[in-house]
Design a protein around this ligand. Structure first.
Ligand code: NDP
Length: 485
């Protein structure tokens, strides 16, 4: 039966006061899963007012009190992982057993890590020129944040903001992706049950206007955005002087250096292209192989691709589900035909898979000898494709890797330590991974792009959600260190 979802606004579950509702459909089956009510601007105002009141209350709590609530939420989270993962699979398409369960488990970790980090949030005592002054810094919550988030990790990415945001005393209004919002609404029930003040978290999906209302709302002090660079640019232009954390697109290269373990590199390249069906900002978007290793790498890649089992994402054997939506599938079509038109050869896959209920199942694709001017080289493809580009030598490989404006996460395969350092020094990328997939991360690692996108997780996030305040005391001390009257 179709589920009638409710919005979570100012601590209440509500139908909202917007105009009607819209449908949420499963990318795997096409099934009409749920109806999502539309929010109005008045709903946003209500959420902002409650968020302000909640953050005013929480800013006066001790870090340990806020950490305790985060840990309570983390414990409650453990009992809901498989159930929320199932919703995630139905609405997003990632395989339940192979990926969704880990995804939801890891999403809860942001609460635990934030609870640990906030207890170590420190200021400093600063020496002064005058002996009767005392000057120190403390970190204060910024206030009310909007988290505007994408459909590829529709729970994990909001939780990257919710965990550290709440732990530091901020209130958060999450705007999940309009058509992949059910799992995050369920996750909000955990935060509610943990006992945070009403309004500390609101979750308000909705297409178009909701994001824009939040970005321009005068009662919101911070925007935490993850999504495409195009939307990111629009948000930066509209938000004025709000604090912001912007995480955007990637075009991650994986370089197979001359001394690489070719088989390991091929396994990593395939994984980096099929994990979440390639719909990851850290996906392996380009594979750059030394010319003399080309044939060996192609053989190893075709062999490694046997691990990909495309199918029903609720089936335990499936390792790759459907793409999430038609625009992503259409982009894959466009990128493949453009690459072929420019001389690339399709070694495997190359189009939509047949025999499924929806048209969103995409064949795992390997493209060989892709030219640098092909769309698949220049832009983020966001699908299950390994585009192989050939380099003459290390210098050539670095040139190809760096000819992008999206430097988020890169990988290099080499067994030579000096070469690994040389690559790390020369690749313009927020993270460089040696001998593993571009799709590697830890929930506490510093993370962000080299080209304008900037953020961190763990300790860095705690700092980003707080303002540094300086407090100066003018003390009336006796001139020679006597006892004050
Ligand atoms: P979009 O940029 O299309 O959407 C992201 C969010 O912004 C959605 O909630 C969307 O709402 C909302 N939105 C759209 N237009 C506006 C607007 N004018 N004002 C405010 N909000 C708006 O990205 P996708 O959802 O397609 O996600 C895929 C992208 O996310 C990829 O480029 C990927 O690389 C990037 N990404 C980056 C990550 C990183 O850490 N750097 C991690 C994960 C993904 P609606 O759903 O209603 O359209």
């Amino acid at each position: 039966m179709t589920k009638q979802l409710e919005l979570f606004i100012a601590g209440e579950w509500t139908k909202g006061t917007g105009d009607g509702s819209y449908e949420l459909r499963s990318p795997g089956t096409g099934e009409h899963l749920a109806d999502v009510p539309r929010a109005s601007q008045a709903d946003i105002d209500r959420a902002v007012a409650a968020a302000y009141a909640a953050s005013e209350e929480m800013r006066h709590w001790s870090a340990f009190e806020r950490a305790e609530l985060c840990l309570r939420a983390y414990e409650l989270w453990q009992g809901r992982v498989e159930e929320i993962a199932r919703i995630l699979t139905m609405e997003q398409g990632k395989p339940w057993r192979a990926e969704a369960i880990d995804d939801i488990a890891e999403s809860g970790d942001y609460l635990q890590i934030a609870a640990e980090d906030v207890k170590r949030m420190k200021g400093e005592l600063i020496p002064t020129t005058e002996r009767n002054r005392r000057m120190f810094t403390v970190r204060r919550p910024v206030g009310v944040w909007a988290a505007i988030t994408p459909w590829n990790f529709p729970v994990m990415i909001p939780m990257e903001t919710v965990g550290p945001g709440l732990a530091t005393g901020n209130a958060i209004i999450v705007k999940p992706p309009s058509h992949t919002c059910w799992a995050m609404l369920e996750a909000a029930r955990i935060i509610e049950e943990a006992g945070f003040p009403k309004g500390a978290l609101s979750v308000i999906p909705g297409d178009g206007d909701v994001g824009e209302w939040l970005v321009t709302h005068p009662g919101i002090q911070g925007i935490s955005f993850t999504g495409s660079s195009e939307t990111g640019k629009r948000i930066v232009a509209a938000m004025g002087l709000k604090r912001s954390i912007m995480e955007m697109s990637g075009n991650g290269p994986l370089i197979v250096a001359s001394d690489a373990d070719v088989e390991a590199a091929a396994v990593a390249a395939v994984y980096g292209a099929y994990y979440n069906a390639g719909q990851v900002c850290t996906a392996t978007e380009r594979v750059i192989v030394m010319d003399h290793l080309h044939d060996e790498f192609v053989d190893a890649t075709l062999k490694a691709a046997e691990a990909v089992r495309l199918g029903d994402p609720l089936d335990d054997e499936t390792t790759m589900g459907p793409l999430n939506n038609e625009p992503v599938a259409a982009k894959m079509d466009r990128h493949i035909s453009d690459a072929v038109g420019k001389g690339a050869e399709v070694l495997m896959g190359g189009g939509r898979a047949t025999g499924y209920t929806t048209n969103l199942y995409y064949e795992f694709t390997v493209l060989d000898r892709v030219p640098e001017d092909a769309l698949v080289s220049r832009e983020e493809s966001f699908g299950p494709v390994v585009p192989i580009l050939v380099a003459r030598d290390d210098e050539d490989a670095i040139g190809i890797a760096n000819r992008t404006h999206l430097g988020l996460q890169a990988a290099v395969f080499t067994n030579d330590v000096s070469k690994a350092f040389w690559y790390a020094d020369h690749i313009r990328s927020g993270t460089v991974i040696v001998n593993d997939s571009t799709d590697f991360w830890e929930t506490f690692q510093p993370f962000g792009g080299a080209a304008g996108t900037e953020t961190g997780w763990g300790r860095q996030r705690i700092e980003e959600f707080t303002d540094l305040q300086t407090v100066v005391f003018n003390l009336s001390l006796p001139p020679q260190g006597g006892v004050p009257a």
